[in-house]
Structures are given as structure tokens and as C-alpha cells.
Ligand binder design. Structure first.
Ligand code: NAD
Ligand code: LMR
Length: 332
């Protein structure tokens, strides 16, 4: 029997990530090839005409899984009945700006949209915040929507995770799908810690540690980390726009694995609320290694953290605590 459609909200849908993301969702990349969807697209009034253009293109593309499109500038209409909410709307970082510069513009949007989601979304709606500062916007959303379970509010660090897989695959000249279990710890910012200490590569003689195959700790502890940390800025410099197709694709990966589960023996990185695991202050939205099953994520426990890693986990946590304080100061 055909499944009931899931209503999927994309905020900022007239923007560049939105334009890449909505056709992926309508094709089943996010929720699976047998899951019909109804797209709810929200943007602000100055973008209403462009948003309507996106709706026209979705109709023209005749996606078999797409059972309806709501294109609106009304946040209540946008949030009503949604089972998945991908929060992309906001002001993007431009060349030369740090994420903190976009803080005041974006946290007030997330406070307002938190209430609309809390009141009008489906029970158990899964929320993914993409707009920067992603971790702190998600934290504000969680704190101003207290009736949404805290496990349901997450932020996107899967793009950073995928970037780390990509760098290792290029360095070793192996398929990216053969590399697994990198970790992004912390903030979706230049303080994030891309960690390969537990990562492996599938080879003809079994799984081998990335550290053994790369055999260059100088590169792994230096250039590899800074390349992943700075990749967003490098894309902005090259495109004069922030990453869009990779962000949209990673958002699909994030929700797909959360809803449908991670493959056996594999973890992914998600920004989730900290329960104090690995000494990370409880309550921050921090990127951890997680596995997903039956629609629930669980932080991978018991991984060894060496002294080098400890410092990096702590400094990105410190930045998130500072961002939290700054966000609250922007809201008052
Ligand atoms: P964009 O400017 O092209 O699109 C943003 C859209 O949001 C615009 O259409 C704008 O009108 C809309 N918008 C603004 N305020 C809104 C509101 N209150 N409600 C609904 N919509 C609103 O930007 P983009 O390139 O699509 O990037 C979107 C966000 O995603 C930015 O904050 C960017 O920094 C962030 N981003 C995050 C990641 C990540 O990995 N977490 C990756 C890339 C980009
Ligand atoms: C990215 O990582 O590409 C985005 O978050 C854009 C940015 O501001 O770095």
C-alpha cells in the first residue's frame, strides 16, 4: 500500500540552497524512493515572486513522489502539519564575514520560528537547522520551543563530515564511499575539529585505519584539519556565494540517516544537544559522532580522546558557549 505523504518544510526556499534542495526532496533523495512528500516552502515577502517561480518549476518537473506544494510567506501556514523541518532561511555569510557577524540577523528569526513550529508542526517533527550560525540558531530554536523534544532539534555538520571524507578520498585516491567514521566535533565553524583517529578505509585486505594509510600525521593534524575547517570560506571565495549543492545534498544525507538509520558499523556527524558526553557542556548543540536507528540518534560512546583532540574538543565548545551568550545578548 502506498505510504501517506510526509509534509516537509524548507524555509528560505527561494534562496540558493533551497533551489538545490527542493528537487532533491521531491525526487526521494531525503526520505526514500517510496515516500511521497508535500513540500512546504517558506520565504519572506520580498522573495514571494521568486518563491512562486520555484513552485512553478516543481510543477513543471512532474516529480512522481511530489503530492503537493505550499509556497507561502506565512510562517503558520508553512509550519502546519510538517513532519520534517529544514531551516535554511536567513542571512548568509558574505566574503570577509565571520559567522558571528550574521548572528544578530539570524537568531531573532529562529526565536520567532521556534514558536510557530512548536504550535503548528506535527508531533515528533524532526528539525534540521542549516542557516548559520547553525548550532546556535538550533540552540535558540530548542530553547524557545520547549515542548519540542530536545532530541528533535539538530543542526547540519554533515557537510563538514562529507568534506572530511572527500579530503581523505582525494589524498589516498580511493572511493569516497570506502572511507568512513571520520568525526566532526563541535561547531559548524572554523573551530570545528575534524577527527580521523577512528576513521577507516575499505581495502582489498579489509578495513585499514586512515592514519596508517595516510602515514603522515603532519598532514592529518595540520593541513587536513584547516582545509575542512576553512572549506566554507574557500567556496565563498571561489563562487562569491556560499556552498549550495553540497549543503543541500548533505542536508538530505542528515535527514535520511536520521529517519532511515545509519548502516551497520558506520557513524555520521550531527549537531545535537549535548548530554555531557565526552566532557562537552550539557545543553549546547554540539556536533558528535552518532548512529541512528528507528528515527532516533545516539551519541557513539567510549571513543578514545587523546590530548591533542581534547584541546580541540574544548576550544570549539568554548566558542559555542560564547556564541550562546552573544545570541542571548542579541535577543535582549
Ligand atoms: P540565500 O540568501 O540564497 O537564501 C536564504 C533565503 O532565506 C533567502 O531567500 C531569504 O529571502 C530567506 N529568508 C530570510 N529571512 C527569512 C525568514 N525570516 N524566513 C524565511 N526565509 C527567510 O542563502 P543560502 O546560500 O541559501 O544559505 C542559507 C543559509 O545556510 C545561510 O545562513 C548560510 O550561511 C547557511 N549555510 C549553512 C551550511 C551548513 O553546512 N550548516 C552550509 C551552507 C550554507
Ligand atoms: C559552509 O560551510 O559552506 C557554510 O556554512 C557557509 C559558510 O559560511 O562557511
Amino acid at each position: 500500500m502506498a505510504k501517506e505523504p510526509v509534509r516537509v518544510l524548507v524555509t528560505g526556499a527561494a534562496g540558493q540552497i533551497g533551489y538545490a534542495l527542493v528537487p532533491m526532496i521531491a525526487r526521494g533523495v531525503m526520505l526514500g524512493p517510496d515516500q511521497p512528500v508535500i513540500l512546504h516552502m517558506l520565504d519572506i515577502p520580498p522573495a514571494a515572486e521568486a518563491l512562486n517561480g520555484v513552485k512553478m518549476e516543481l510543477v513543471d518537473a512532474a516529480f512522481p513522489l511530489l503530492k503537493g506544494v505550499v509556497a507561502t510567506t506565512d510562517v503558520v501556514e508553512a509550519c502546519t502539519g510538517v513532519g520534517v523541518a529544514v531551516m535554511v532561511g536567513g542571512f548568509p555569510r558574505k566574503e570577509g564575514m565571520e559567522r558571528k557577524d550574521v548572528m544578530s540577523k539570524n537568531v531573532s528569526i529562529y526565536k520567532a520560528q521556534a514558536s510557530a513550529l512548536e504550535k503548528h508542526a506535527a508531533a515528533n517533527c524532526k528539525v534540521l537547522v542549516v542557516a548559520n550560525p547553525a548550532n546556535t540558531n538550533a540552540l535558540i530554536l530548542k530553547e524557545f520551543a520547549p515542548s519540542i523534544p530536545e532530541k528533535n532539534v539538530t543542526c547540519l555538520t554533515r557537510l563538514d563530515h562529507n568534506r572530511a571524507l572527500g579530503q581523505i578520498s582525494e589524498r589516498l585516491n580511493v572511493q569516497v564511499s570506502d572511507v568512513k567514521n571520520v568525526i566532526i566535533w563541535g561547531n559548524h565553524s572554523s573551530t570545528q575539529y575534524p577527527d580521523v583517529n577512528h576513521a577507516t578505509v575499505k581495502t582489498s585486505s579489509g578495513e585499514k585505519p586512515v592514519r596508517e594509510l595516510v602515514a603522515d600525521d603532519g598532514w592529518l593534524n595540520g593541513e587536513f584539519i584547516t582545509t575542512v575547517q576553512q572549506r566554507g570560506a574557500a567556496i565563498i571565495k571561489a563562487r562569491k556565494l556560499s556552498s549550495a549543492l553540497s549543503a543541500a545534498s548533505s542536508a538530505c544525507d542528515h535527514i535520511r540517516d536520521w529517519v532511515l538509520g545509519t548502516p551497520a558499523g558506520t557513524w555520521v556527524s550531527m549537531g545535537v544537544y549535548s548530554d555531557g558526553s565526552y566532557g562537552v557542556p550539557a545543553g549546547l548543540i554540539y556536533s558528535f559522532p552518532v548512529t541512528c536507528k528507528n528515527g532516533e540518534w545516539t551519541i557513539v560512546q567510549g571513543l578514545g580522546i587523546d590530548e591533542f583532540s581534547r584541546k580541540k574538543l574544548d576550544s570549539t565548545a568554548e566558542e559555542l558557549s560564547e556564541e550562546k551568550a552573544l545570541a542571548y545578548s542579541c535577543l535582549t
